[in-house]
Design a protein around this ligand. Structure first.
Ligand code: FE
Ligand code: FE
Ligand code: ZN
Length: 277
């Protein structure tokens, strides 16, 4: 079973996203938990949530991926910005409990010159303040490209966050193919080697989701520019090998390529045709 979806807009509600996913052959999707600039969270409409849960059960959806606003910075040098990240993540996790047993993905943040070590400590402080033993949502750390002072572009940094967290059993990793390739993990020529490293440092059992993107920029460029599937430096052959890899083929895939909804539909059709039954 190939579980694939794409990023969808929340503007018309949960049920609408479920229907939209079905209309393009997806059986999961990603959505922003709120407007990416980090505005106020909308009150949860329980009827709308129930309608989505019914669609998900009927069509056997893979876990949904709620994405935190990418402007959050839990390891900012400014305490006000850290406090904002804390509040947003706390509210998002509370809201996600209306959709139990799904995933919450966030960018670990940028240490803005304080150094990786200080960044790691601040990220763990926020995580420990917002996570609860009773939550059903798994929190996913996204692998970053390493642009600017981003934390989380190496497997070791992600491991350090997990190691120091109070609830490591509720933390996993979302691997973004564009980001890891830009960060210097060669998934094109040495996918087995990269997975071996992931397993040694983090443990493959912690890998829960894939952001499937091609990249506009070269290997190890430390940039973050997504390309459409097959139109970038990763290329269709490497992407085909990736989705069919025995250690990766069971995971849910989420497209974040520069596309509108019909464009995502085309990519999903293409990828389904390349996935070996
Ligand atoms: Fe992201
Ligand atoms: Fe991503
Ligand atoms: Zn990106």
């Amino acid at each position: 079973m190939f579980n694939i979806g794409c990023h969808l807009s929340t503007s018309k509600g949960y049920k609408h996203m479920g229907k939209e996913a079905l209309s393009i052959g997806a059986n999961t999707f990603q959505f922003f938990t709120r407007n990416p600039r980090g505005s106020k969270v909308k009150k949860v409409d329980e009827k709308d949530v129930a309608a989505l849960l019914a669609i998900m059960a009927e069509h056997r959806f893979a876990p949904l991926l709620g994405h935190a606003p990418y402007t959050l910075n839990p390891c900012s040098a400014d305490p006000k910005i850290r406090e904002f990240a804390h509040l947003v993540m706390q509210e998002d996790l509370a809201a996600l409990e209306y959709l139990p047993h799904n995933y919450y993905n966030f960018h670990p943040g940028s240490h803005v010159g304080q150094g990786v070590e200080a960044g790691l400590t601040l990220i763990v402080d926020v995580l420990n303040a917002v996570m609860r033993p009773e939550q059903t949502t798994l929190v996913l750390l996204e692998t970053m490209s390493g642009k600017g002072s981003e934390v989380g572009s190496t497997f070791e940094e992600l491991r350090a966050i997990i190691d120091r967290a109070a609830l490591p059993e509720k933390i996993g990793v979302c691997l973004d193919t564009c980001h890891v390739y830009s960060a210097g993990y060669d998934i094109v020529n040495d996918l087995d080697g990269v997975l071996e490293q992931f397993d040694k440092v983090i443990g493959l059992e912690r890998l829960k989701a894939i952001h499937l993107n091609d990249s506009l920029t070269p290997y190890n460029s430390k940039k973050d520019r997504h390309a459409c599937i097959g139109a970038g430096t990763i290329g269709l052959d490497a992407i085909t090998a990736f989705i069919n890899h025995p250690q990766l083929r069971h995971l849910p895939y989420y497209l974040e390529t520069p596309n509108d909804v019909p464009g995502y539909g085309e990519e999903i059709r293409l990828l389904r045709s390349l996935y070996r039954a």
